[in-house]
Design a protein around this ligand. Structure first.
Ligand code: BTN
Length: 254
């Protein structure tokens, strides 16, 4: 990493020389997902990471903006060049959410995953994931509230951060390395290891047992979440019976 600030790469090299070599630091950019896509098109290898201090056009799912005060969060995007068929690529979102939740374990937090890929702690969102696929590569974008202590009004969900939950600031480089290490393990499981991944996912599913309302491709559904299938679908008990939901946009707990 090359930068004359906190992200000078020294600590990252000490913690993980391997990852330090793969990280491209941009002091400011529009969106790390867009930068990663641009670099991937130019031939950047898989497992390259674009990290920034400030995004001016950070994006969330459903076209929502993603903002974070500079110096307080983590915003990065990982380029993948998967061997697995494209039909399985949607699993990267589930794998990433789980990896992020697990990364927080080492900081003393128990994080749950809100299907498909939000990470929640104590009933609040701490991390969001935006996975975007292109021809021959995938960009996995992660926004994690590390040392954020104030959030804007009007967020779709209550939000929290590691600092708020732990009562002290945390090294963002340590968090980054923990995230990347867990990602490396979980992203490798979208093929043969996916059943194991989903078993672990189910233990952290914050929606299980809850009544929810969701929008599945324009169809509003209400029901009780019974868990997840081994393929990663949400199992929703509605008045019509048990439905497997493959994709949904807004999911509200009732
Ligand atoms: C969501 O919860 O809606 C997903 C938020 C994803 C935000 C991250 S920050 C790094 C990467 N770059 C972006 O523009 N978005 C993702």
């Amino acid at each position: 990493m090359t930068s004359e600030n906190e992200w000078d790469g020294v600590a990252l090299r000490e913690i993980s020389p391997e990852w330090a070599r793969r990280v491209i630091f941009l002091p400011e950019c529009g969106s790390t997902n867009d930068e990663a896509r641009r670099l991937a098109i130019k031939g950047a290898p898989g497992l390259s990471v674009v990290l920034t201090e400030k995004q001016t056009a950070g994006r969330g799912r459903r076209g929502q903006p993603w903002t974070c005060p500079p110096g307080e969060g983590l915003a990065f995007s990982l380029i993948l060049r998967p061997q697995e068929p494209m039909a399985l690529w949607s699993r990267f979102a589930l794998a990433t959410g789980l990896a992020m939740a697990e990364a927080l374990d080492s900081f003393g937090l128990f994080a749950g995953v809100k299907w498909p890929n939000d990470v929640w702690v104590a009933g609040k969102k701490i991390c969001g994931v935006l996975v975007e696929a292109d021809a021959g590569f995938v960009v996995v974008g992660v926004g994690l509230n590390v040392n954020v202590v104030e959030f804007p009004n009007g967020l779709a969900h209550p939000a929290t951060s590691l600092a708020l939950e732990l009562g002290e600031k945390v090294s963002r480089e340590e968090v980054l390395v923990s995230c990347l290490q867990r990602l490396l393990l979980r992203l490798d499981q979208i093929g043969a290891g996916f059943g194991d991944l989903m078993e672990e996912w189910s233990t952290r599913c914050v929606l299980a047992g809850n009544d929810v309302r969701l929008d599945a491709g324009g169809v509003l559904k209400t029901g009780r979440v019974e868990g997840l299938s081994s393929q990663g679908e949400l199992l929703l008990r509605t008045e019509e019976g048990l439905e497997k939901v493959l994709q949904a946009s807004e999911i509200r707990m009732l």
